[in-house]
Design a protein. Structure first.
Length: 151
């Protein structure tokens, strides 16, 4: 059976845009441990998976936007749980204080509150739905169904 290949530390640092010291600190503090092979003493190298690279890049982007490492630590578990396969439709958002995962326009999860759901209301959908529900003669003249996704 073929051993899973991984990315070595110099490559990881270059690909993610972080220093060796950052990567080493994150591994030692178990923020992100290499999932292919951890360092096992003198002479062994850490090997990171592609999913590890994605998590590391997200961490770097969150740090660059001002999110504290302490808050990022709370969100990393979510990332690991959602990167088993290619993530589709998941967008992370932050206001610098909280970190949210939007899995759909209707579902946003606050990653710092143990995954508590946050509701979202798409105002354009409310607008469109109301226009469509109004009786034909009751749509105000200044409102157009054409601009609201109708016919």
């Amino acid at each position: 059976m073929r051993e899973i290949e991984g990315y070595r530390v110099p490559d990881v640092c270059k690909l993610v845009g972080i220093s060796y010291r950052q990567l080493d600190y994150w591994a030692r503090t178990e923020l992100v441990t290499p999932s292919v092979r951890d360092a096992g003493g003198s002479g062994t190298q850490r090997l990171y998976s592609f999913q590890d690279l994605v998590v590391l890049r997200v961490i770097k982007k969150l740090l660059d936007t001002g999110v504290s490492l302490q808050r990022i630590r709370k969100a990393v578990d979510y990332l690991h749980g959602h990167l088993k396969a290619e993530p589709s439709g998941v967008t992370l958002m932050s206001d610098g204080n909280r970190i949210y995962a939007a899995q759909s326009p209707e579902e946003i999860v606050d990653l710092l509150q143990k995954g508590q759901g946050v509701f979202a209301i798409a105002l354009d959908r409310v607008w469109d739905d109301l226009i469509k529900q109004l009786p034909k003669g009751r749509v105000p003249a200044h409102l157009s169904l054409a601009g609201a996704g109708g016919t």
